[in-house]
Design a protein around this ligand. Structure first.
Ligand SMILES: Cc1ncc(COP(=O)(O)O)c(C=O)c1O
Length: 456
């Protein structure tokens, strides 16, 4: 890996470089976010077709650590981690599912869902966490005095950090907003032995505490403010293109909260284009819950003036209660990167109400999926953009499904048992029955008859 190199640099364009093994999260001059910059001249010593065949040859194989979806792109991700320090649970390589029936029903037959939730801890967070925890293991091996890794989380980040920390035997501290995450998400870091802190605040409050906690270099920051995470998450884009035999889709929709993922996805597509593996970028849609929509509001402000969204349009909001609890964020940390990503990928920001996200998730579930509420947000935004003819019938569309529906069963139970604040459009309640075989059979036929009648 010695041929390849990468370093941290400020997104503000400041030329100063910092090693990826330095404990640093923001530019010391400007306070801006850092990003990982790769030595692209070195990467260009391999041709586009050589990269494609290298990545295709590694896909899903067993040679450590290249069978991982992330580490199969080792040179593009974190070349300074030695293979013996990689902490991988063979994340990535997630299914790109052709949503044939659902797509046809809403008017986009070439619709695909990138199932990032079918991963080790059930969300896309594994992709970034393998890179961050491996980098920490590398730093410790080089003598850095790191005692623990800490993160603030809306549930999925803490699950991923706890699992990778446990796999590497590195202590983990997670800061969670009390009562605002699902039971499945809470039990994950508990089971993996993390120090689980339940704080009487929201995610934005937890983020303030973790920034204070990680002022001390003995506790390393695990949030996506740390741009090592972004490097792993950008492999979502490389994988999508690889799964389409190196073709770029027309649209990619992704739910947005802290806005690290939307910027990671743009970064992946841009790297593919710069290194000549593709020749264009897809259009991006950042999908927010209407209850936690600061970027959507900024985008609307700019749209009213017929110009691209800029940082000055943004105001933080107090994020309200939403079924999409993992994106309940009012002051997104990766805002500046997301605004740049939207500018680069001719992006759009859309929003979905609670009713819209729940009904869209249920509609897609009826075609065989099992969507988390955040994926519901992206699907609802897709339906709206198709209805407005912004996304068109002949176009190839990818929805990034960010977590597994099984982590959010309370949401589905409430929906189907009609316990939400709005009327569920597609409830499916269990039918109470006795034990007499004749009566049960009769009841089943009645239900079948009712279902086969066309709706009034
Ligand atoms: C399931 C799920 N979807 C979407 C997101 C949003 O990603 P980001 O915060 O990078 O915008 C998160 C982040 O917590 C998440 O857990």
């Amino acid at each position: 890996m010695a041929r390849y190199s990468a370093w941290f640099q400020s997104v503000s364009g400041d030329p100063e470089r910092y090693p990826l093994t330095e404990i640093i999260y923001r530019c010391p001059q400007t306070g801006e976010l850092l990003e990982v910059v790769h030595d692209e001249a070195a990467l260009k010593t391999k041709s586009a077709s050589e990269w494609k065949s290298l990545f295709d040859g590694r896909y899903g194989r067993t040679e450590w650590p290249y069978g991982s979806g992330v580490w199969s792109k080792h040179e593009w991700v974190q070349p300074l981690v030695q293979p013996e320090n990689v902490v991988s649970l063979y994340e990535g390589n997630s299914n790109l599912l052709w949503a044939e029936r659902y797509g046809a029903s809403i008017g986009v037959p070439d619709l695909w869902v990138k199932q990032c939730g079918t991963s080790h801890t059930g969300s896309f967070k594994d992709l970034g966490m393998t890179v961050l925890v491996s980098s920490v293991k590398q730093m410790i091996s080089e003598g850095k005095p790191i005692r623990a890794i800490a993160c603030a989380s809306t549930g999925d980040t803490s699950a991923a950090l706890a699992a990778y920390g446990a796999a590497a035997a590195i202590p983990v501290v997670v800061l969670l907003p009390k009562g605002k995450i699902s039971a499945a998400q809470l039990i994950q870091p508990i089971a993996n032995g993390a120090i689980v802190c339940s704080l009487d605040t929201d995610f934005d409050g937890c983020m303030r505490v973790v920034e204070r906690l990680t002022h001390d270099p003995h506790v390393y920051l695990g949030n996506s403010l740390n741009s090592l995470r972004v490097e792993g998450q950008k492999t979502i884009s490389v994988e999508i293109v690889q799964q389409f035999d190196w073709e770029v889709p027309d649209w990619v929709l992704v739910p947005g909260g802290n806005l690290g993922n939307v910027s990671a996805i743009a970064k992946g597509f841009q790297q593919l284009q710069r290194l000549g593996l593709t020749s264009r970028l897809p259009r991006l849609v950042c999908c927010q819950a209407a209850q936690a929509n600061p970027l959507y509001r900024a985008y609307q402000k700019a749209l009213a003036d017929s110009r691209p969204v800029e940082l000055r349009d943004f105001e933080p909001v107090h994020a309200g209660d939403t079924l999409a609890s993992a994106i309940r964020i009012g002051s997104p940390v990766s805002l500046s990167k997301a605004i740049q990503a939207l500018a680069d990928c001719d992006g759009i920001v859309e929003q979905a109400t609670e009713q819209e996200l729940a009904d869209a998730a249920a509609r897609a579930d009826l075609t065989g999926m099992f969507n988390c509420p955040h994926t519901g947000v992206a699907l609802a935004c897709l339906e709206k953009l198709v209805a407005r003819n912004i996304i068109q019938k002949g176009q190839r569309v990818v929805v990034v499904s960010t977590a597994h529906g099984l982590k959010f069963t309370e949401f589905k139970a409430q929906y189907h048992e009609k316990r939400l604040d709005f009327i569920s459009a597609l409830p499916n309640e269990p039918v109470e029955m006795g034990s007499d075989p004749e009566q049960v059979v009769e009841q089943i036929y009645k239900v079948l008859d009712k279902r086969s009648k066309p709706a009034d």
